[in-house]
Design a protein around this ligand. Structure first.
Ligand code: KG4
Ligand code: ZN
Length: 359
């Protein structure tokens, strides 16, 4: 990553194929597969960028929040590399990284996904030999989000509205009381018998569905907060009702009774309700914060086409950068450095599986 906006290389190893088999993430398996992938990914990122360690100014790593084992593997690798190559090390909050994906130019083209621990997917280098030509970047920064701004963070683990008065300052003004919206997509997909991860499979099934077929309630949550567990239960009850089955009927069996059209209609109706809820809360937030100049959307669910269409004025990352990736971590670190944040001590810094972005 160069100057926080320009991708030199972005190598992404996806574990989707592994977890599709289980229908969800198994933390121990995730950590082990991180471990196997780690050094091949680092080496490929350097070679894709045509860089050596001498060209690298700093290392950035995610220290929070997330799965303990995966955070440990990442931070221990980064700490070791920082010591070995004598580079400053920056510890970045995961949600901050998602937000900063909105400042990255263009985005990387993800070529393929596989369960293999080898680095199977890679971003394209923007320059043929970027490490030799740092001055030749000609970036148009005029279309960058301006402050103060609202960030709608929608991932598998979080749903939050953040107020950002300036770079690297975050105030949580809305958050979910229970499930995250991505988690809700994943759980509803399971009920409908759609493959993991649920977000993309719901979006695909919804293309052939009627979004007005099933009326699903909006949860009654005060202010700018969210609740998505009720929406998942509402889908469950609506499916049982549609099939004429009692509420005691096991949710894992419902998929065996649904027709393809019913699945599409439920997917479309659910997606529309989830998007409507997000848009409603962002509109409320804009009314409460009239000084806001732009809205950025961040996290895995920001790939959702219906959400993009519902918020035409908002900034979205390139779809190749909406899910987890290394470039966004480097981008966030760049803006931290610009804001005066100091590097951490590679000999002693901790991971925090549950810490807030405000800390
Ligand atoms: O940010 P992310 O890649 O990982 C976390 O930090 O959690 O987000 C993953 C979440 C999953 O719940 C996934 O189903 C959802 O993002 N997601 C989508 C779409 N693509 C991924 N949700 C809705 N529509 C999509 N196109
Ligand atoms: Zn994420």
């Amino acid at each position: 990553m160069e100057d926080g906006v320009s991708i030199l290389s972005n190598v992404v190893v996806s574990q989707i194929d592994i977890f599709a088999e289980y229908g969800g993430v198994i933390p121990e398996v995730a950590a082990r597969s991180h471990l196997e992938a780690m050094m091949p990914v680092v080496n490929k990122a350097l070679s894709d960028a045509d860089c050596t360690w001498e060209d690298i100014d700093a290392i950035a790593v995610t220290y929070a929040p997330g799965l303990l084992g995966s955070l440990l593997v990442g931070t221990l690798t980064a700490r070791t590399l920082a010591i070995l190559h004598n580079k400053p090390l920056y510890a970045v909050h995961h949600l901050k990284s998602h937000v900063y994906a909105n400042w990255i130019e263009g985005g990387a083209h993800i070529q393929s996904r596989a369960a293999s621990p080898r680095p199977v997917a890679t971003g394209e280098a923007r320059l043929s030999s970027p490490c030799q030509a740092p001055d030749s970047l000609d970036l148009d920064m005029s279309h960058r989000p301006s402050f103060p701004l609202l960030a709608l963070v929608v991932s598998g683990g979080h749903t939050q509205i953040l107020y950002m008065p300036r770079h690297n300052q975050f105030e949580i003004i809305g958050t979910t009381h229970d499930d995250a919206v991505g988690e809700c997509f994943d759980k509803v997909a399971k009920i409908l018998g759609l493959p993991y991860p649920g977000g993309p499979s719901i979006a695909k099934a919804a293309e052939k569905g009627d979004a007005s077929k099933y009326k699903l309630p909006h949860p009654k949550v005060e202010g700018l907060d969210f609740s998505f567990s009720g929406l998942k239960t509402a889908v469950l009850r609506a499916v049982q009702k549609e099939l004429g089955l009692p509420i005691s009927h096991p949710s894992h069996d419902l998929k065996n009774h649904l027709s393809r059209q019913q699945v599409a209609d439920f997917a479309a109706s659910f997606q529309k309700t989830a998007v409507d809820i997000l848009v409603e809360k962002i509109s409320m937030a804009l009314e409460q914060y009239p000084d806001v100049q732009s809205v950025v959307v961040a996290g895995g669910v920001s790939a959702n086409k219906a959400l993009r269409e519902a918020l035409p004025e908002a900034y979205f990352p390139d779809t190749s950068l909406s899910g987890d990736n290394g470039a966004m971590v480097a981008a966030a670190a760049y803006y931290e450095i610009q804001s005066g944040v100091k590097p951490v001590d590679p000999y002693k810094f901790n991971i925090y599986p549950r810490i807030s972005i405000e800390t």
